[in-house]
Design a protein around this ligand. Structure first.
Ligand code: PLP
Length: 399
């Protein structure tokens, strides 16, 4: 049955109408204020209407909006230069979204094997619970039935193994394998960090079998875990990495990063995007990096994250009938609920606190990276009131 709006009915939206944002706060049409720990699903990395980002976008808007990739774009050169200096990568391809960054990553890996004279190697191993986007290739990579059903045959070349299962992974490597693709912290799947030791194992398996290691840091990248990229915690480097969400701070922007070796097959004409690397997006991306790469910024992310994490652990101890487990790294936190997570999200919302649902009955807390300790405490106080309410409800139920 079609809904009553002219919009596709693909989303079941919360009936809240925000018209303005400022830092960690969102304001509704009627002027009610919400603490935004959803941050547009980890996109508003510096909160709403950050003055430096607003200024960068306005300044660029008065110069030139769009050029296409027929010409050199200075903003692309500076952003790519900064990204490569700050990471393992030598090369960058700009996109408008996470799924497109993944598409580029998948194509780069396949093309690498092809260019090395191994065209039969096009399979990519992925992990259960993964989320890589909603294009036809990325739903095949994610392997989730609920996203694949009804859209014709699943795109070939994606082999999935259980999360964290090294033996299954080893068994899945064949003569047709090109790469391994993994989120260092599963986001959509329920805030499931991959142990550092496992990432190191993946790195050595890739080296041993001449496979490429592709990381999907669309959600966990750009400071979210307290490092610029989550892979840094494991002390390894990928060959290819997809980035999006936080890098645009709210402007649609993604990037595929690669070593020059991994990007070896991506010669002129092999890939393209009309909007990718658009000057407006580049201006905002550079402005985000101005803030995130500034001295001490990531230290503060880690400090606030620690306070947050400890307070959440104590909430869990005090409300064991509401909170089953606290998960995550840095400011990419998950609350696994004891009761249906929708009830917790609803109770949070009635305290004017926003979070994001995820798999495994988890609520994600993804506050802006520049959230202050005071704002974090305000969020925790609201969460506590929400848990309090739910506990009294569950006590009434059992009474
Ligand atoms: C959001 C997300 C994507 C998809 O990004 P879009 O911009 O929605 O295409 C891919 N991978 C991960 C890990 C994500 O969180």
């Amino acid at each position: 049955m079609a809904g009553t709006t002219p919009l596709y009915d693909t989303y079941s939206r919360t009936p809240l109408r925000f018209v303005r944002g400022e830092g960690v706060w969102l304001f509704t049409e009627s002027g009610e204020r919400y603490l935004d720990f959803a941050a547009g699903v980890a996109v508003n990395s510096l909160g709403h209407a950050h003055p430096h980002l607003v200024e960068a976008l306005k300044a660029q808007a008065e110069k030139v909006w769009h050029l296409s990739n027929l010409y050199d774009i200075p903003g692309q050169e500076s952003l790519a230069d900064r990204l490569t200096k700050a990471t393992f990568a030598d090369k960058v391809f700009f996109t408008n979204s996470g799924a497109e960054a993944l598409e580029c990553a998948i194509k780069t890996a396949r093309r690498y094997q092809y260019a090395k004279g191994r065209p039969e190697r096009f399979h990519i191993i992925t992990f259960e619970g993964a989320f890589h986007g909603r294009t036809l290739a990325t739903i095949a990579a994610g392997g989730q039935e609920k996203y694949l059903t009804g859209f014709g045959p699943k795109a070939p070349g994606f082999d999935q193994v259980p999360f964290g299962d090294l033996d299954a992974l080893k068994a899945a490597i064949t003569e047709a394998t090109a790469a391994i693709l993994i989120e260092p912290v599963q986001g959509e799947g329920g805030i499931r960090p991959v142990p550092n030791e496992f990432l190191r194992e993946l790195r050595s398996l890739c080296d041993e079998h001449e496979l490429l290691l592709i990381l999907d840091e669309v959600q966990c990248g750009i400071g979210r875990t307290g490092k610029l990229f989550a892979y840094e915690w494991a002390g390894i480097a990928p060959d290819i990495m997809a980035v999006a969400k936080g890098i645009g701070g709210g402007f649609p922007l993604g990037a595929c990063l690669a070593t020059s070796e991994a990007a070896f097959g991506m010669v002129a004409g092999t890939h393209g995007s009309t909007y990718g690397g658009n000057p407006l997006a580049m201006a905002v991306g550079n402005a985000v990096l101005d803030v995130v790469l500034a001295d001490g910024f990531l230290d503060r992310v880690r400090d606030v994250a620690l306070v947050f994490r400890q307070a959440l652990a104590s909430l869990k101890d005090r409300f064991p009938d509401v909170i089953e487990e606290i998960r995550g790294e840095g400011l990419m936190l998950g609350i696994k609920a004891r009761l249906p997570s929708g009830e917790l999200l609803q109770a949070m919302r009635s305290e004017h606190l926003l979070g994001v649902p995820a798999g495994e009955n988890v609520i994600r807390l993804l506050p802006p990276l520049n959230v202050t300790a005071e704002e974090a405490r305000e969020g925790l106080a609201r969460l506590e009131r929400a848990a309090e309410k739910l506990r009294s409800v569950s006590e009434k139920k059992s009474a």
